[in-house]
Structure formats: structure tokens, C-alpha cells
Design a protein around this ligand. Structure first.
Ligand code: CP
Length: 339
């Protein structure tokens, strides 16, 4: 398979040692464009590969899924991806393990390592938890969502979905012009969204303009600090008029921490429904990372309609996460990542 080059930031050394195992994916900011390209390219190669050949790529390798928060898409796709590559997986959840008895993240990671885990996929409610686990275990860690910080594999599969579905794009490569001329409107609970953050950090590097849209309590002005190529637009209908891609987000009730929202007002101003889509952005690609709350941020006719690529996002998760697992082990074109 095509060689993917070494990531300069992953190779950063502390006290003469690499800070994190080279195959870790902690943040999209750790990926060079060349590395994003390598991941997209291997993703395509994996999809074309014969099942038997794919199932030998990580045969005999052991991967732990360590989930402190609920997940359907990320957990299942990482697990199925690992199994399709021949790896053995084990799931450790905060609800049925010694985490319930108070065992720390560090000790849980060291225990998994002692049991033979060679890589850990971590979802955790605290921002930065994957960095701690990577430092303490020395294993490759894949960030499956940490608090309100990042969800890098989601941003990669979102980018792939856009490159596949928008006309005239190449889904096998990432350059500073891959999404040139594309405006992506991300609407909803930006404040609590690690998906919004990872996308706002990645998409402008591929040439896209990112408009963040939502009410002040869910979208503080400080979101502009995410970097160049990001703009705030409060009026959803104005944002629709500029959009080629609409990414809708759920209101994360579990993270609102006392914040009271007038849901009727929110729906009136920010819900993506069929009428609004037809009037404002009839050709826009509609995305949602899930889980969706139909009837709140998006209506069923839009979620199931012809503009929607929501199911495609989910299935893209399998192939992209397969590539990330190969990268974690430094195989299948990623040998230089852990060299
Ligand atoms: N997009 C996403 O992270 O979904 P899950 O919470 O179901 O994994």
C-alpha cells in the first residue's frame, strides 16, 4: 500500500523520548495535510481490498475499547473495523468494570496494557484524557471523543463524506485546495461539541470556509479562536444562503450544566426542516454526526431526504477507522509513522 509519511508533531520528543506513541491520534492538529492524505488514501485502498486479505492485516493484534461515555457509531465502527482487520478486541465500559469502584484512568490503562492490549481506543468525558493515557501507557491511543475537546476520527470521516459527495472533488487526497470554494455551516450546540471543534480545526486547512451558527449561550464569540477560516453567523437563514454543506448538531443536554434553553424558540430559529432547506439551500449536502434528535435540530424529512449523507457518514466511519487502526500499528502503508 502507499506509504504515508511521518507526522512531524507526533514525532515531537520530550526529554529525548517521543511524547506519544507515533500511531496515536489525539487531535486533528497533530496531523499534517500529508498525513490526512495518507489516511484518506489507505481508506480507499481498504474499501477495494479483498475481505480475506484485509482480515490478515492485524491478525493476532489486541485492541482495547475503553469507553467512559455512551456511543453507538464510534464504538461499533472501531470494533467492527478492528475485527475486519483480524484483530481481537475487548470492550471496557465505565458501567461494568472496576472503574465503577474508583480505579483511575491511568491504572485502567496500565491494567489493559498488562493484559496485552497493544492499542487503546478511548472515549472520555474529560478533555485531554487521551493525552494522559498516551503518556502513561506509551501505547498508541485513538481519541474517540474527549469531553468538549475533540473527536478527530469523526472530522476525518466527515471530510471524506464531503469529498465523496461534493461534485468535482477527489476523496483519495487532502490538499489545501480539496474543499476550496466550499462553505460548511455547522449549526447548533457548538459550545459543547467536540465534533464542531475538530471540524473547525480541520476543514479550513482543506480550503473550506466554516460558518458557526447558533445562539450566544451555545456559541460564544470565543469560538472564533478556533482559527482562520472560521466565522460566526447568528442568523441561520442567512447562513443557509451561503452553504454548500450543512452540519447539524444535537443539543447536548448532558453537558448543559444548568443552562436553560427555550426549545420552542431554538426550533423556530435553528431547526433544519424541509421548508427551510428548500428555501435557503436546496442543493446543500446535509450532515449530522449523530445521535440525531428528530424534531429538534432536524426534521425526519430532511434526515431521510435526498440531500442527506448521514448514513454515508456512518458507513464511512468503518473504513476511515480501519485506516486509523493500521496507522496505530504502523502497518499497511503507515510504517514510517511509528519508525
Ligand atoms: N458521532 C458519534 O460520536 O456518535 P456516537 O456517540 O454514537 O459514537
Amino acid at each position: 500500500m502507499t506509504q504515508a509519511s511521518q507526522d512531524p508533531k507526533q514525532a515531537t520528543k520530550l526529554n529525548g523520548r517521543r511524547a506519544y506513541a507515533g500511531g496515536s491520534l489525539l487531535s486533528v492538529t497533530h496531523l499534517s495535510l500529508e498525513q490526512v492524505s495518507g489516511i484518506l488514501n489507505v481508506t480507499v485502498q481498504l474499501e477495494r481490498m479483498d475481505h480475506a486479505e484485509r482480515s490478515r492485516m492485524l491478525a493476532g493484534r489486541r485492541i482495547a475499547l475503553l469507553f467512559y461515555e455512551s456511543s453507538t457509531r464510534t464504538r461499533t465502527s472501531f470494533e467492527l473495523a478492528a475485527k475486519s482487520l483480524g484483530a481481537t478486541t475487548t470492550l471496557v465500559s465505565d458501567k461494568s468494570s472496576s472503574i465503577e469502584k474508583g480505579e483511575s484512568l491511568k491504572d485502567t490503562g496500565l491494567t489493559l496494557r498488562a493484559l496485552g492490549a497493544e492499542a487503546i481506543i478511548l472515549r472520555h468525558p474529560s478533555s485531554g484524557a487521551p493525552f494522559l493515557l498516551a503518556r502513561e501507557t506509551g501505547l498508541p491511543i485513538l481519541n474517540a471523543g474527549d469531553g468538549m475537546h475533540e473527536h478527530p476520527s469523526q472530522a476525518l470521516l466527515d471530510a471524506r463524506t464531503m469529498l465523496m459527495r461534493l461534485p468535482g472533488r477527489d476523496a483519495t487526497v487532502a490538499t489545501a485546495k480539496s474543499l476550496e470554494g466550499v462553505t460548511v455551516v455547522i449549526t447548533g450546540d457548538i459550545l459543547h461539541s467536540r465534533v464542531a471543534r475538530s471540524n473547525a480545526l480541520l476543514l479550513p486547512r482543506l480550503g473550506a470556509k466554516v460558518l458557526l451558527c447558533g445562539p450566544e449561550p451555545l456559541l460564544p464569540a470565543s469560538a472564533l479562536g478556533l482559527g482562520p477560516g472560521v466565522e460566526i453567523v447568528r442568523d441561520f437563514d442567512e447562513a443557509l444562503g451561503r452553504a454548500q454543506v450543512l452540519m447539524m448538531l444535537r443539543i447536548q443536554k448532558e453537558r448543559l450544566a444548568g443552562l436553560e434553553l427555550d426549545l420552542a424558540d431554538y426550533i423556530a430559529r435553528y431547526q433544519l426542516n424541509g421548508e427551510r432547506l428548500a428555501a435557503g439551500a436546496p442543493d446543500a449536502l446535509v450532515l449530522h454526526p449523530g445521535p440525531m434528535i428528530r424534531g429538534l435540530e432536524i426534521t425526519g424529512d430532511v434526515a431521510d431526504g435526498p440531500n442527506s449523507a448521514i448514513e454515508r457518514q456512518v458507513s464511512n466511519g468503518l473504513a476511515v477507522r480501519s485506516a486509523l487502526l493500521l496507522r496505530a500499528f504502523g502497518v499497511g502503508g503507515f510504517e514510517s509513522v511509528i519508525a
